[in-house]
Design a protein around this ligand. Structure first.
Ligand SMILES: [Zn+2]
Ligand SMILES: [Zn+2]
Length: 353
């Protein structure tokens, strides 16, 4: 089978790897669609991010859907041919954080396509994959592309849980890539009363508007628009900071009302904070990292039609054009979520112009 392997910055290869057989409790999968995520792009463009560097070749990818091809011994509840969303989260289930239900904080996490540990954890951008049955969530009724959105949706749902009660609340989202966009959908589903989205690109803001944001602000073209929300100590109850940019966080904090909550999702490296405002307005800064049980919740919400991720999938590109897919995904002015079709029947065309 073919796999997409990052060797170092800008050295991406489509290589042959051996197929594997499912053992007890495992499932043999034919990968259908795989979404390119920000971390995949960092490995592709820069060979890593921060202190995390590629030290050996690594198969990329952690946002995939697949068809069940073969059941290992003892597997129940799945059928050959069934479409599943494959969770890339593989906590050990025995460390102290797993025991406390904090699976996303697992001390021995083996998350697909991650160079954080060494040896690196190989990813899921491959034609065939053997996964634990427990990673596979039935996605009957969804398209393969939608089913592959379960992972970033789970990230946004986990952040929404970190945000706390959203019923009737005023929400600000800074950074409208796929995670910002899914945060808009998740916040609205959780009952947010008003959602304002901020980005630098009209392309993404148009999609944010279509996804249900009440107002969108291009902070490059209207740098003062957000400041209006800072009057009387601020407006928003909750900030989803999805850009990882210090300027966005600072502007967002200015627009938060006293006792507001900041949920930080964007990973842009360490930054300095407006600590005076955080202290004086008694703001709460909450990190949000990955997910666990929210993965199956996300699949369920999509299957019930309560969250529609289809408008976010901007491109579906055939596996042989993977290089072009990665270049396109790096262009925030043209692409939202770019997916690779491992199942050749999925990519309608080859390359968009
Ligand atoms: Zn992702
Ligand atoms: Zn653990």
């Amino acid at each position: 089978m073919k796999a997409i392997v990052a060797h170092s910055a800008k050295d991406l290869r489509i290589e042959d790897h051996p197929d594997a057989e499912p053992a007890e409790g495992e499932v043999g999968l034919a990968v259908a669609a795989g979404g390119i995520c920000g971390s995949d792009l960092h490995y592709y463009q820069h060979g890593g991010f921060g202190a995390v560097r590629l030290k050996q070749p690594m198969i990329l990818g952690h946002e995939v859907s697949a068809r069940v091809a073969k059941l290992g011994p003892g597997v129940t509840g799945l059928e050959v041919g069934q479409l599943v969303s494959v969770s890339p989260s593989r906590p050990c289930r025995t460390c102290r954080y797993c025991q406390q239900g904090l699976h996303n904080q697992c001390l021995n996490m083996r998350f697909y396509g991650s160079a954080m540990p060494f040896p690196h954890i190989q990813g899921a951008f491959r034609e065939t994959l053997v996964a634990d049955a427990v990673q596979c969530v039935p996605a009957d009724g969804l398209g393969a592309g939608e089913a592959a959105m379960a992972e970033p949706l789970a990230v946004a749902l986990h952040a929404t849980r970190r945000a706390g009660d959203l019923l009737g609340k005023r929400v600000l989202v800074t950074g409208c890539g796929p995670i910002g966009m899914l945060s808009i959908l998740a916040a609205r589903r959780a009952g947010a009363g008003e959602i304002v989205a901020v980005d630098l690109m009209d392309f993404t803001l148009d999609i944010a508007k279509a996804a249900g944001a009440d107002r969108v602000i291009n902070s490059r073209e209207e740098p003062e628009a957000l400041s209006a929300y800072s009057a009387d100590k601020g407006t928003f109850d909750v900030l989803y900071e999805c850009s990882g940019a210090a300027a966005a966080l600072t502007a967002g904090i200015g627009a938060l009302r006293p006792r507001g909550v900041i949920v930080q999702l964007g990973l842009g490296g360490d930054m300095s904070l407006p600590m005076m405002a955080i202290t004086a307005k008694e703001l709460e800064l909450r990190g949000s990292f990955r997910f666990h049980e929210e993965f199956a919740i996300g699949v369920d919400l999509m299957r019930k039609g309560l969250i529609d991720v289809k408008p976010l999938i901007s491109h579906t590109i055939a596996l042989p054009d993977a290089h072009a897919a990665f270049d396109l995904a790096s262009d925030r002015g043209r692409a939202m979520k770019v997916q690779i079709a491992f199942d050749p029947s999925l990519s309608s065309s080859s390359l968009p112009v």
